[in-house]
Design a protein around this ligand. Structure first.
Ligand SMILES: Nc1ncnc2c1ncn2[C@@H]1O[C@H](COP(=O)(O)OP(=O)(O)OP(=O)(O)O)[C@@H](O)[C@H]1O
Length: 239
């Protein structure tokens, strides 16, 4: 579980003449963490919106564990994709406790399994004592970890994260960055996150994808993209 293949994705917004994403190809191995970076307007959010099912490409395929999610004649709806999302603003349900938030994605399990999942997830994100709290009673970093626990609870084949560090101040950002990586690695989850911050990408990701005007400028390990930039856009981005 967790092998992703993206073939030749092309997408255009209906009110636009230019493609927002062009000939996008990417394979992600199980357990790998991929960061997608690029200047504002380069297509990062568009890619995330396609993978999470909010937009439909006019060409291209996406497979998760050899199961086609998107193709010319396939569109698997969001809730059936086995894809978990962590949103920029965490998007926790404000009137649900931490426990209820995490339980939300696994409500088809038996009550006993639900309790077990919640307990495991709270331990994983180190929030064992917080299950009865409401989101507004938590710090930003804690809310983010609840968001992560909620997304991981159904054991998604792919975890998508939108700017996971953008709402945190610098100190917390550094700590959460390490924690998040550790949690994702410990569950061997395949993950893709979007960031406008080069440092976040280089510190957390195994593989970095740099987008320029909807096209891939380079894909490589953090060392490769910094030490052997494929072009000027990439070298400027990591300056
Ligand atoms: N709803 C929309 N309708 C038309 N064009 C759009 C829409 N959303 C985005 N675009 C355009 O598509 C391109 C890619 O935008 P996208 O939001 O994916 O970029 P981004 O890399 O996520 O930018 P940012 O870092 O600023 O969030 C841009 O040219 C943008 O203007």
């Amino acid at each position: 579980m967790g092998y992703i293949k993206i073939n030749n994705l092309n997408f255009k917004y209906s009110n636009s003449r230019e493609d927002a994403l062009r000939d996008f190809n990417l394979s992600i191995k199980k357990g790998e963490i991929v960061a997608v970076v690029g200047e504002s307007g380069s297509g990062k959010s568009t890619l995330l919106r396609i993978l999470s099912g909010f937009e439909v490409p006019y060409r291209g395929e996406v497979e998760l564990d050899r199961r086609t999610l998107i193709s010319e004649n396939t569109f698997v709806p969001v809730e059936k994709r086995g894809v978990g999302m962590v949103f920029q603003d965490y998007a926790l349900f404000p009137h649900f406790t931490v426990e209820e938030n995490i339980r939300y994605g696994v409500d088809r399990l038996s009550k006993r399994e639900q309790r077990e999942t919640v307990k495991n997830m709270l331990n994983l994100v180190d929030l064992g004592e917080y299950e009865k709290r409401y989101p507004h009673e938590l710090s930003g970093g804690q809310q983010q970890r609840v968001g992560l626990a909620r997304a991981l609870a159904p054991k998604p084949g792919l975890l998508l994260m939108d700017e996971p560090f953008s709402n945190l101040d610098t100190n917390l950002r550094h700590r959460i960055r390490d924690e998040l990586k550790e949690i994702i690695k410990s569950t061997n989850t395949t993950a893709l996150f979007v960031s406008h911050d080069k440092e976040d990408a280089l510190m957390v990701a195994d593989k970095v994808v740099i987008l320029n005007k909807g096209e891939i400028a380079q894909v490589g390990s953090p060392i490769e993209v910094v030490e052997s930039p494929a072009n000027e856009y990439v070298s400027n981005f990591f300056k």
